[in-house]
Design a protein around this ligand. Structure first.
Ligand SMILES: Nc1nc2c(ncn2[C@@H]2O[C@H](COP(=O)(O)OP(=O)(O)O)[C@@H](O)[C@H]2O)c(=O)[nH]1
Ligand SMILES: [Mg+2]
Length: 328
């Protein structure tokens, strides 16, 4: 056995041995890969874990496409990004889902109402985000499912009840994510290159802003965590700041919207292409059609003042709202 395996890693390995279903095994293996100490002595083991993951992913995919019973915690992605609601029971996760999406949701004054994921679509300007409500992270019977959702999703919405020691709630949330080997990327950092365990994006959502003292509690949260993470305060029940919430989701999601046009024609401003921040002309071409990548010669760009149809190279980094004319 390779040296220096941590107790956390061994815990993950135990989860793997005890896992019964393929998604449970996958979740445990992802956790192992995230938590394994990275050095020469574990190279072989890392390789083995990666092989197991890709084999199981293949099996899982095949099962689902053959129409066999779905894993209840697997939610097919729709829209520009998938956001997972994460927090203690009763903080208002389900109320938030109901307030900003088309999904009706079960809201109750008792804990653990939501056992299975419930998706809903939220419109922001010309795109849509998918919010998924699930079990609270303290619901030990469903935690594997929840962490499967988190790993599969694009952004974590850490929902806090501002009337009940929100800073402490947040500490416990970060602690739990850390234990599961889920790294959280700070504001503006892009470490998608860290291939073993890229950081998850996270938005802190302080809820119940309509209540007494919630304002002051939110300021504490911002003081402690605002420099590192995106934050927003809302009231899901009385509908305060929900537009601001959507904007913050958009900012935290790390995506850009791009519009295309044909030479001599007006741009298609109907529905944008959605790419990750930092994408270039070639990435856009690849998304439109794989043949474009080979045939692409250059592009012209219209965007934020700087560009009014200038010719740019394939490596040119795109910005939100750019209009691009591809020349092949
Ligand atoms: N005052 C107030 N209560 C809220 C707010 N959002 C949710 N609640 C209440 O908090 C309780 C729990 O909400 P719920 O959405 O079921 O919490 P979940 O367990 O996190 O899904 C319910 O009684 C909600 O009506 C809010 O913004 N302000
Ligand atoms: Mg709920």
């Amino acid at each position: 056995m390779p040296a220096n395996l941590t107790p956390q890693y061994l815990e993950a390995e135990k989860r793997y041995r005890l896992a019964k279903t393929v998604p449970e095994k996958l979740e445990a293996l992802e956790m192992m890969l995230a938590l394994i100490p990275k050095h020469k002595g574990t190279d072989k083991l890392q390789g083995e874990i990666k092989r197991k993951i890709s084999k199981l992913r293949g099996e899982f995919q095949k099962k689902r496409s053959s129409g066999r019973r779905n894993y209840p915690f697997h939610v097919e992605k729709e829209g520009a990004a998938q956001l997972i609601l994460f927090g203690f029971p009763n903080v208002g996760k389900s109320e938030l889902l109901a307030a900003v999406t088309n999904a009706s949701s079960e809201i109750a004054d008792y804990a653990y109402t939501t056992k299975r994921p419930r998706p809903g679509m939220m419109t922001f300007e010309d795109i849509q985000f998918q919010l998924v409500d699930g079990p609270a992270f303290t619901d030990s019977a469903n935690e594997t499912g929840l962490f499967y959702m988190v790993r599969n999703g694009d952004l974590i919405l850490a929902v806090l009840d501002l009337t009940d020691e929100p800073v402490l709630q947040l500490e416990m949330i970060f602690d739990e994510l850390d234990k599961r080997g889920i790294r959280v990327a700070g504001k503006g950092t892009d470490d998608s290159e860290n291939n073993n365990n890229p950081g998850k994006k996270l938005l802190i959502v302080g809820n119940k802003l309509d209540m007494n003292e919630a304002d002051a509690a939110y300021r504490e949260v911002v003081k402690e965590y605002g420099a590192q993470y995106n934050t927003v305060a809302i009231s899901a029940r009385t509908r305060i700041n929900l537009e601001e919430f959507k904007k913050e989701v958009y900012k935290a999601s790390g995506i850009i919207r791009l519009y295309t046009k044909m030479p001599g024609k007006k741009p298609d401003l109907g529905s944008p292409f959605v790419l990750k921040k930092g994408s270039n002309v070639l990435d856009l071409a690849r998304m439109i059609h794989k043949d474009f990548v080979k045939r692409l010669k250059y592009a012209r760009i219209w965007g934020s003042e700087k560009y009014q149809g200038q010719k740019v190279k394939k490596e040119h980094v795109l910005e939100d709202g750019d209009i691009i004319e591809l020349h092949v």
